[in-house]
Design a protein around this ligand. Structure first.
Ligand SMILES: *[C@@H]1O[C@H](CO)[C@@H](O)[C@H](O)[C@H]1NC(C)=O
Ligand SMILES: *[C@@H]1O[C@H](CO)[C@@H](O)[C@H](O)[C@H]1NC(C)=O
Length: 285
């Protein structure tokens, strides 16, 4: 009797603990939160947040909300992101994803449909993948024109052993916006080029200009039409570095002519001064 009484609190504690553990287990089946797509040059990753736990996540994706497909890269993940680049490519369709939280151990069979899960927002790679800043060069064509030579950024998509550029993906949908201004001035002008090699005409001769370029996809929704803006590139104020041979001959000739004129003037002046001082000294005598 005495023994039973002393065991009672232990029993109660045990019961309490088991209840605590089972509720705890429920509340630690954390659903993915803040699910969003991050996509740059068609490298497309689904990211989410989750409280630390020993659960894993499996992501399914679907183009039509009916057929849910698995990606081998996104099964039983312990990290909270999944790279769907190879499945989504640059398709002009909306995809959605479903993130399922799985129990830490696979010891028992669980029903896929009863797992806690979170749907992602939909995402259309062709319309919303961000485009990175381009590299480009500027070279003078003549006194008032330059050629802007733009390198199309590469995407993360590979087709038959080739890494596709954004030109391969967007084809005629891809334009470039070139923004330019006189060095030291704030008045900007823009021109849009269909091709990756653009000519900017009607520049003031003998003036330095600065240029910036961004990919421009007018067929996209407004918010995602522009790629990131490039760094600026400026031409020399006098375009000296880019002068043609003919112009160089002109520069050398004017320099020579200038020197000859200055020397002549000095010589003539000196002669007259000597003559003058001679005359004045002879007069003095
Ligand atoms: C694109 O870039 C903007 C600005 O950095 C960012 O807010 C947006 O989430 C990005 N979109 C994607 C799909 O990565
Ligand atoms: C543009 O630049 C690329 C490499 O940077 C070069 O191969 C190509 O010849 C250039 N094209 C023109 C027209 O300058």
């Amino acid at each position: 009797m005495v023994q039973m009484a002393s065991l009672k609190p232990v029993f109660c504690l045990g019961l309490y603990l088991s209840v605590w553990i089972s509720t705890k287990a429920d509340s630690t089946s954390p659903k993915a939160e803040n699910v969003r797509w991050v996509s740059l040059d068609f490298k497309t990753i689904l990211v989410w947040t989750t409280p630390p736990s020993s659960h894993t996540y499996t992501v399914l994706y679907s183009w039509n909300d009916n057929d849910w497909l698995e990606s081998p890269d996104c099964i039983r993940l312990s990290e909270s992101e999944c790279d769907l680049t190879n499945k989504l490519e640059s398709y002009d369709r909306s995809v959605s994803a479903d993130i399922k939280t799985e129990p830490a151990s696979m010891d028992y069979d669980y029903d896929q449909d009863e797992l806690p899960h979170t749907y992602s927002p939909t995402f259309n790679p062709y319309k919303y993948s961000n485009i990175s800043a381009v590299e480009f060069t500027v070279a003078a064509v003549d006194k008032s024109r330059v050629r802007v030579n733009i390198t199309d950024p590469l995407t993360s998509i590979h087709k038959s052993g080739k890494q596709l550029s954004i030109r391969d993906v967007f084809r005629n949908d891809l334009k470039y916006k070139i923004s330019y201004w006189k060095s030291g001035s704030t008045g900007k002008r823009d021109t849009i080029s269909d091709s990756s090699i653009a000519e900017v005409p009607e520049l003031d001769p003998g003036t330095g200009y600065c240029f910036m370029v961004a990919a421009y996809i007018p067929s996209r929704p407004r918010s995602s039409q522009y790629g990131a803006w490039s760094r600026q590139q400026c031409t020399d104020g006098d375009l000296t570095a880019e002068l043609s041979v003919g112009a160089w001959v002109g520069v050398v000739f004017s320099l020579l002519a200038g020197t000859v004129i200055i020397i002549t003037v000095i010589v003539v002046c000196c002669k007259q001064r000597t003559k003058h001082s001679h005359t004045s000294s002879s007069q003095h005598i």
